[in-house]
Design a protein around this ligand. Structure first.
Ligand SMILES: Cc1cc2nc3c(=O)[nH]c(=O)nc-3n(C[C@H](O)[C@H](O)[C@H](O)COP(=O)(O)OP(=O)(O)OC[C@H]3O[C@@H](n4cnc5c(N)ncnc54)[C@H](O)[C@@H]3O)c2cc1C
Length: 422
């Protein structure tokens, strides 16, 4: 499957299709990804009725990142869930090690940060979402509806009053004081609301694929590896039963990559990270790969009367630093902090929605600017070079200066601004 394509929704209803039933709630959240699921939990635990609509039948789908950063773990700690989450099978990354021509390089080390959780906690996203929605289900006002593909917004007097979704048995309606679009990078809600994101195009695309765990491989729990050089960056994540790999290559050259054939691709993987040469031999069919067309975007407005966008629906983050999940969850925390009171009072003012964007837009813009800088200065340079890549001496020096060396770690761990559950 091509990760850059949007999800397939059920066919749009004919204009005269009958609505089978109507449900009323305080907050209708569209999209059961990390942002939507966390917002549902934070509102439900404050006694606010919530309906969470998810288009898929389950949470098990293509790889979309397994990373729970220290900021998210601190948030979960604040609501008593960090301990239970650690009971799920997981691995930890303290700082990835990149193999370059002049030796290994660790761009950051989370162990130096002041936090109870100085690591990226790796858990399959499907397990994480099952865990969060199981917590949601403990609250009587919460309802999760799967296979509910939202296709229409209900708008009355210029205010969004809910949605219509297509379920397996037909069209349904949810009416709500607030509708939240947490439906990801191809957000249908955003599209229906007529909000256009401002897009930038980072200089790379990523090919994701699995590599088998071989008998001679080390024990599971090793976190992340990387290889860099000859126009490629290879990321390898330990997913216990197998390795999740991502090959970063210059944007727009996928057809060229395919034309060179699988043998050339296997060679390129082995050249970038020789420890995975034998694993790469198992790549024999292009269907084993998913192409992620990397983009970065931000909506000028994250709201309309009665409607809020959060997470990827409001801003797609570049993969640099792996902050997408972190940011979607931080949006959810801020949205819950700001909107729980108004939702309880039964009145959401436009100023409440503006306040969510106000708190989250700046951290988003700053991280996107830093990602853009890293893409132009580092990623593009690596991808342009056909030589073995050597980490420049000044970069190694930077990571040894006490005052500045932990800046990348802090950004990866917490983003620009730590958020807390009110
Ligand atoms: C291949 C890949 C690898 C990634 N790796 C990482 C990583 O390592 N670390 C990281 O932090 N981020 C990573 N990301 C980014 C990360 O997945 C997103 O930033 C994050 O999931 C955003 O969360 P979200 O809740 O906003 O949206 P999503 O996770 O996209 O969730 C949106 C949900 O809405 C549902 N939906 C969509 N349309 C509708 C509809 N019409 N009706 C109902 N439901 C709908 C979808 O099925 C989905 O479940 C990766 C992304 C990709 C594609």
């Amino acid at each position: 499957m091509n990760a850059s394509s949007s999800i397939a929704l059920a066919p749009a209803p004919a204009g005269d299709e009958q609505v089978r039933d109507q449900r009323k709630t305080s907050c209708c959240i569209v999209g059961g990804g990390p942002g939507g699921a966390m917002l549902a939990l934070l509102l439900a635990r404050r006694g606010i009725p919530v309906v969470l609509l998810e288009a898929h039948k389950d949470f098990d789908r293509d790889f979309r990142g397994d990373t729970i950063h220290p900021s998210v773990m601190e948030i979960l700690d604040e609501i008593g869930l960090a301990g239970p989450l650690h009971e799920l099978p997981h691995s930890k990354i303290y700082g990835p090690v990149i193999q370059a021509a002049n030796g290994p390089f660790q761009p950051f080390d989370l162990r130096r940060l002041k936090t109870r959780y100085p690591y990226i906690f790796m858990v399959p996203q499907s397990r994480f979402l099952e865990f969060i929605t199981a917590e949601c289900a403990k609250y009587p006002g919460f309802r999760l509806i799967m296979r509910a593909g939202v296709q229409r917004l209900i708008e009355e007097d210029g205010v969004i009053r809910g949605v219509q979704y297509m379920g397996p048995d037909g069209l349904h309606e949810v009416r709500a004081l607030l509708t939240v679009g947490a439906d990801g990078r191809f957000s249908q809600v955003r599209h229906l609301a007529g909000i256009e994101p401002i897009k930038t195009s980072p200089p790379m695309d990523v090919l994701w694929f699995r590599l088998p765990r071989l008998p001679e491989d080390p024990e599971a729990g090793l976190g992340a590896f990387g290889g860099i050089g000859r126009g490629r960056i290879l990321i390898v994540l330990d997913r216990r039963d197998y390795w999740q790999a991502g090959l970063v290559f210059p944007k727009g050259t996928y057809q060229e990559l395919r034309a060179q054939g699988l043998q050339a691709l296997r060679k390129s993987i082995a050249g970038t990270e020789p420890r995975f040469a034998a694993h790469a031999e198992h790549l024999t069919d292009w269907r084993q790969f998913s192409l992620l067309s990397v983009e970065s975007s931000r909506c000028p407005h994250w709201y309309k009367p009665g409607l809020l966008l959060i997470g990827d629906a409001a801003h797609v983050m570049s993969p640099v630093g792996g902050v997408g999940i972190n940011y979607a969850i931080q949006d959810a925390v801020v949205a819950a902090n700001v909107l729980a009171g108004p939702l309880k009072d039964g009145h959401i003012a436009l100023a409440d929605l503006q306040e969510v964007q106000r708190q989250r837009e700046r951290p988003t813009r700053i991280i996107q600017a830093l990602q853009s800088f890293a893409q132009k200065r580092i990623v593009a340079a690596v991808l342009r070079s056909q030589e073995d890549f050597r980490i420049p001496a000044y970069v190694r020096l930077f990571t040894r200066i006490p005052l500045v060396r932990d800046l990348p770690a802090r950004l990866v761990a917490f983003g620009v601004r730590r958020v807390h559950v009110a």
